[in-house]
Structure formats: structure tokens, C-alpha cells
Design a protein around this ligand. Sequence first.
Ligand SMILES: Cc1cccc2c(=O)nc(N)[nH]c12
Ligand SMILES: [Zn+2]
Length: 372
Amino acid sequence: MIPFSFDLLHQDTRTQARRGRIHTSRGKIETPIFMPVGTQATVKGLLPEALKEVGAQIILANTYHLFLRPGHQTVQDLGGLHRFMNWDRPILTDSGGFQVFSLGQLRKISEEGVLFQSHLDGSTHLLTPELATGVQEALGADIIMAFDECIAYPSPRDYVQRSTDLSARWARRCKEARREGDGSALFGIVQGGMFPDLRRKSCEDLLEIGFDGYALGGLSVGEEASVMYDVMEATLPHLPHDHPRYVMGVGTPENLIEGISRGVDMFDCVMPTRNARNGVLFTSFGRISIKQARYARDEQPVDPACGCYVCRNYSRAYLRHLYQSGEILASVLNTHHNIHYYLDLMASARSAIEANSFVEFKRDFYHQRATH
Ligand SMILES: Cc1cccc2c(=O)nc(N)[nH]c12
Ligand SMILES: [Zn+2]
């Protein structure tokens, strides 16, 4: 069993961008990395083979959803999540807190945990740090997340302070609830809203407990991008350089480039998959909405600069036809291209950091968008 570890391979000399490598018992993860979201044990529309073809090194699954359906015990009894979904590379699971707030019928937050009603059948459940940890270990995830409250934005300072302190107590309970030697890693989640001093306090509290990696939570909750970047700048310097930094739920391609330049290693977001199903495709020159009439007879690929299977074999006209016709293949091909775009952007960023040319990479990234 290879224990979890992180190697900092190269620090850019002109920005905070860094090139790293995470070692897990199921394989290495080259950072900076984007993690496709596979909420219910599938990245919607993509076969595991397609995920590997586009370069996915790690995917996300979700405690809240899998706890409610099919149930973590069922998944464990069937050999765990990797066997269940035929994915033999690393999996990261979120702890469920965020999804209770965004999906479940929240009933009550207490020191003990969160009482909520299932969005599926209205059944009542109490999700605690201990249960959230146990569910993730039962699923067999390689990286598991502490149970936290993702604070809504905006929130009054005293609420942010009380909630952040509660999440720190919950984080300690998660670490204490850990099963010995199961080879997975536990990440703490920094809260603190948009208050730099509360963010710093949250970092200090989590560092005292000690985690394998540190996530920034409470972002991509409706704040302006400039506010998100300010919070990154106020928080990242207080996290150890020799541990991975993960910003949860972020973001657009621009957000990823800006996050990398501030020292972020890991990202996840439903943007490429959800937008694909709505016909919005990411390209090196910005986004295109494939349903627009202008593409009806356009025989070009989505992005002439993209080397993915979709761009090598299908025209915009065909993708527009599939979308307009409500065909299943529309979601499959659009998702394939969007995930390839995100992962290829990360691979290019990693190469630029290695070559100490991330500043030029970032400049070209924006230039391509401005001149199209
Ligand atoms: C998925 C996600 C997005 C955005 C924020 C958060 C957060 O604060 N905490 C958790 N556990 N997950 C989050
Ligand atoms: Zn493509």
C-alpha cells in the first residue's frame, strides 16, 4: 500500500504557480490538476475508457448522493466504488456538507451535525463528521474530505466566525474517526467566508489538527471572481508549501489559470460537464453555444486547435444537429470535448510551469480569447 504523499517538483520564479505530484495507492496525480465531477459514480455521459483517453487522472464522487442511493454499505458490499464504477484510478469524495446545503431540505445544524431531509424521498437523516468519514471510507475513496459547512455568501461576520469554528471542531472529529491504515488521505477544508482574518484563523486551526492536504471551501458561492482571487491571496500563504492545495467547486478556465498563478494545485467543477449538456462548448478562443443557427452548415470542428476525438471526427453542424434533436450522443460528444479541453489546458499549464514560462502561457491564454 503506497502511503499518500506530495512532491513539490518546481516553483515558478515569477508567480506562485507550482508543479507537483501526488502519490496515492492507486496511482500518481500530476498537478496542477482538474478533477471531473462524477457525482453519482459516473461522469455523466463518459465511459471510463473515454475519461482515460482525455487524460483524467482522478475523478470526484459524492458522499451525499451515494449515501442516499444506492447506499454506502451496498457499494462497500459490492467491492467498493472503484470496482462498482470500473474506475481503477484515484477517486476523491466530497463529504456531503455542501450538497446537504445545496440539495437536501436542510432541517437543522447543531454541534452534533446536520439534520436534513433527502431530496429523493424526504426521509430524515443526521449527517455527522463521524458518519461522513465512515461513508467515504466505506466507498473506498483515495482522498476524503472533512465534514464542513459551506457558508453562504454573503453572510454576517459573526455567523461566518461561529460556523468556521464549528467546521474546525467537525474537522478534528473527522480525523479522530479515521479507520487506521486504510491508505486514503484526509483533507481539511478552510472556511472563513470573505474575511481574511477568519480565513487565516481557519488555516491555523486546521494546521494544528494536521491533514494530508488543505482545501479552500466557501468559494464559487456567487462571489465576484475578484473576491475569489482576493480570498485565495489571503489564504494560500498560510498553508504549507509541501501539501496539496485544492479549491473546491472552481471554476471557469480563467478561474483555473488565475488560481494556478496564486499557488493552487487542484480544482473541481461541474462547469465542463453541465455546460456540455446545455450545448455550451469551451474552446481556446472562448465559448460557443452550439445551438446557434450560425453553426447549422459549419463543417469546422468545435475548435480547430483541439486534438480531441470529437474535433477530429465531427463538425459543428453535426453537433448542432444532435443537440437540436435532443440526441443522447449530443451530451456524450459535447462532454468528451469539454473535459478534454479542461484537462489539456491543465497539461499545458504543467508544461509551462516546468519551462518557467507560465507568465507567457497566461498572457497567450488571454490573448487567444481577446483576438477572436
Ligand atoms: C463542492 C464544494 C464547492 C464549493 C464549496 C465547498 C465547501 O465549502 N465545502 C465542501 N465540502 N464542498 C464544496
Ligand atoms: Zn475537441
